[in-house]
Design a protein around this ligand. Structure first.
Ligand code: ZN
Ligand code: ZN
Length: 300
């Protein structure tokens, strides 16, 4: 099998620009949608470019050469946990977690297997549109609106556990919080640890989950929200109300609420930056001869 430099037809000391140009030319030529395109070749070119265009992967490839990459897995996204079929190395038992960093730096891959602790999800952000009139925008106003969102479950105070009941040891992981799987790979046996999905890594589950929120720690409800709109707000501005978004899982930090302000056009007044213009009907003679007239300001 030819190496990635040969596939792109560049030398080992090609500059990133040269690599890019070579890739574009070949990708253009072999693109499967084109007449005379070759899908296999196109994939090969892309796989080569994926490595050589990334300085980190390129240096790993230069360093480790064919040992890892050419064995075929990389184009499909190499998963170190899958290992190489039929490979028969055995370096004894390694804990995958402690070895994970090496995999990460070698393959730049995602460490799906080594997640140790489960972080409850922070609440998501919400976004609403709010229309206000011209005077409200000029002077500022407090608007109260109802929005449907996740709010903290009052029944369990967000804990997800029915009040006055205990926690029990998670039956799935026996309280470990993780589930261990042994796998044989090119580099030996690995103990792969995944976070227990039943207790989410906590090792304990409620004896009786909160009957209102069913362990989530939040419920859906309408909430009246007070939005303080500052004086001089501009059309199209977005206000951020920190913590006014959806409640998080099990009492974690809520998301934010983003309020997009639309200012209705006024029949008389118009705003340009910090100035306010107003329309004032005058007669022809007033215009021709000049005259002093009275007009309302936005204050009346
Ligand atoms: Zn568990
Ligand atoms: Zn609850």
């Amino acid at each position: 099998m030819s190496n990635y430099y040969q596939i792109l037809g560049v030398s080992k000391d090609a500059t990133p620009g040269e690599i890019k140009r070579a890739y574009r030319k070949l990708a253009h030529k072999y693109h499967p949608d084109k007449k005379g395109g070759e899908e296999a070749k196109f994939k090969e070119i892309n796989a080569a470019y994926q490595i050589l265009s990334d300085p980190q992967k390129k240096s790993q490839y230069d360093q480790f050469g064919k040992t890892g990459f050419d064995s075929g897995g990389f184009q499909q996204g190499f998963d170190p946990r899958q290992g190489f079929q039929g490979a028969n190395f055995d370096f004894g038992d390694f804990n995958f977690g402690s070895f994970g960093d090496i995999f990460e730096s070698m393959f730049g891959g995602e460490r799906t297997g080594a997640r140790r602790s489960y972080q409850p999800q922070r609440g998501s952000d919400l976004e609403i549109n709010l229309k206000i009139n011209f005077k409200e925008a000029v002077f500022g106003i407090i608007k109260k609106i109802r929005i449907q969102k996740q709010i903290l479950c009052e029944h369990c105070s967000g804990s997800g556990t029915e009040p006055n009941t205990k926690l029990k040891t998670c039956p799935k992981c026996q309280g470990q919080g993780t589930i261990r799987n042994a796998r044989r790979t090119l580099f030996g046996h690995f103990i792969q640890e995944t976070v227990c999905d039943q207790c989410r890594g906590e090792g304990k589950i409620p004896e009786r989950p909160c009957k209102k929120c069913r362990e989530k720690g939040w419920v859906k409800d309408n909430q009246l929200i007070e939005i303080k709109i500052p004086a001089g707000v501009e059309n199209g501005a977005t206000l951020r109300l920190s913590g006014a978004g959806n409640a998080g899982e099990k009492g974690t930090k809520p998301g934010d609420l983003f309020v997009n302000i639309a200012v209705e056009q006024d029949l008389v007044f118009r705003r340009k930056g910090r100035d306010i213009y107003s329309k004032l009907p005058i007669t022809f003679s007033q215009a021709a001869l000049g005259s002093t007239v009275e007009t309302n300001t936005v204050k009346g």
